[in-house]
Design a protein around this ligand. Structure first.
Ligand code: FEO
Length: 170
């Protein structure tokens, strides 16, 4: 049986993951609209991964005989102006997700819920990977993004990203 405080924070995390999916989808739409299909692909793949993150939490709560409590998902922001501005926004967003994952880890420790503490380690590693991926793109844009031909090549590279379903592995 899942501790009630832990159950609450895990449900809140589901909401954050699905909000993230919405945010990336909004970004994907923006990039498609300005003709950057590769950027659009990258953010769309990320939206799919965020839905996986939400579903893994959903399945975990059920596995622990907890209650699912889904709240409304906020509309994503939509003031997108350039690849640089969007990727700066992504980095800030992922940092805030990392901090909320750390709150889950801290609470599960405080509540002596070792199973959740162990489970959430996967998300901690995932956040390290995500922030690193975003930083890679951000650095490329900062170095070369003002030159149209280079932006075209970055777009080509981001078009290569493929969705692969995320599986939580013990
Ligand atoms: Fe699910 Fe981008 O964190």
């Amino acid at each position: 049986m899942l501790n009630l405080k832990v159950e609450e924070i895990l449900n809140a995390q589901i909401n954050k993951e699905f909000y993230s999916a919405y945010l990336y989808l909004a970004m994907s739409g923006y990039f498609d609209g300005i003709g950057l299909k590769g950027f659009s692909n990258w953010t769309k793949v990320q939206a799919q991964e965020e839905m996986d993150h939400g579903m893994i939490l959903f399945n975990y709560i059920l596995e622990r005989d907890g209650n699912i409590d889904l709240k409304p998902i906020e509309a994503p922001v939509k003031d997108f102006h350039s690849p640089l501005q969007v990727f700066e926004m992504i980095l800030e967003h992922e940092k805030s997700v990392t901090s909320s994952i750390e709150s889950v880890a801290n609470l599960s420790e405080d509540e002596c819920d070792r199973a959740t503490r162990h489970f959430i380690d996967w998300y901690i590693s995932e956040q390290v990977e995500e922030e690193a991926q975003v930083l890679d793109v951000l650095k490329m844009i900062k170095m070369f993004g003002n030159e149209c031909t280079i932006l075209y090549h970055i777009d080509k590279e981001l078009a290569e990203r493929k969705y692969k379903a995320h599986d939580y592995e013990e």
